[in-house]
Design a binder for this molecule. Structure first.
Ligand code: 6PG
Length: 234
């Protein structure tokens, strides 16, 4: 069941999304003793990670950090999702280094890197946060990609249509298996795709973010502007 949170202000969106992460990670730890947390890259989630680091009471020793995708750049490169997550979250919370599973997309053999990453992934992520591009991609699953037909591999090398092209990405089975899903999308450039993804026919090969349609959508008013009916966050 798709759940919509449409925030009246950017700071409200950040607070609501960080609060959701705090709640779901804490709940997973309470129910199962640990939490496998998958994180989105890109720009949108950065302030959410900063807010989560500042305000959460999570026992980070019980959290495993995983990535939805990574670009084929070194971990200190400005385009690195790992670098963004490290600066916004990991460097601000007491999480053991062994708990952080970086996707080594910069390795010469990305197929080997993908297979090694698969071995680090749990059968099921407890919490997965995803972003969405204005073309409907999520992680590095882009419209029309053959990876969208993948049913067995959990991580694959891909060529993205959004630079940097060379990447590693989780595959549809990882998104479908996640216990709790959230999607972050802001800005009017995503409004049409948000409406198609949430209210349109289910066609994940054309709109990969629909793989996460059942999740909780955190939107600002601009991104929600084309939806026919929505619940505005308080
Ligand atoms: C990436 C992300 C990607 C991102 C969307 C939205 O590595 O690019 O994982 O899926 O979530 O492209 O990016 P923005 O948040 O920057 O709009």
């Amino acid at each position: 069941m798709t759940e919509l949170i449409v925030a009246s202000r950017p700071a409200e969106l950040v607070r609501q999304a960080a609060e959701w992460l705090d709640l779901e990670v804490t709940r997973a730890i309470g129910e199962r003793g640990s939490c496998a947390l998958g994180l989105a890259g890109g720009r949108t989630p950065e302030p959410v990670y900063v807010e989560l680091a500042a305000g959460s009471s999570i026992d980070w020793s019980k959290v495993g950090i995983f990535f939805g995708d990574e670009r084929a750049v070194p971990p200190d490169h400005p385009d690195s999702n790992y670098r963004m997550v490290s600066m916004a979250l990991l460097s601000r919370v007491p999480i053991p280094a062994d708990n952080v599973h970086r996707m080594e997309a910069e390795r010469a053999d990305r197929e080997v890197a993908a297979r090694e990453y698969e071995r680090s992934l749990p059968r099921q992520l407890d919490v997965l946060l995803l972003g969405m591009g204005s073309d409907g991609h999520t992680a590095s699953l882009f419209p029309g990609s053959a990876v969208l037909d993948e049913r067995h591999r959990l991580v694959l090398p891909v060529l993205a249509t959004k630079p940097p092209a060379e990447r590693l990405t989780i595959t549809p089975p990882v998104i479908e298996a996640a216990r709790k899903l959230a999607i972050l999308a802001t800005g009017e450039d995503k409004a049409l795709m948000v409406a198609r993804a949430i209210e349109g026919p289910f066609a994940p090969k054309e709109i990969p973010v629909q793989l996460a349609r059942r999740g909780r959508w955190f939107l600002d008013q601009a991104a929600a502007a084309r939806l026919t009916a929505r619940r505005v966050a308080t």
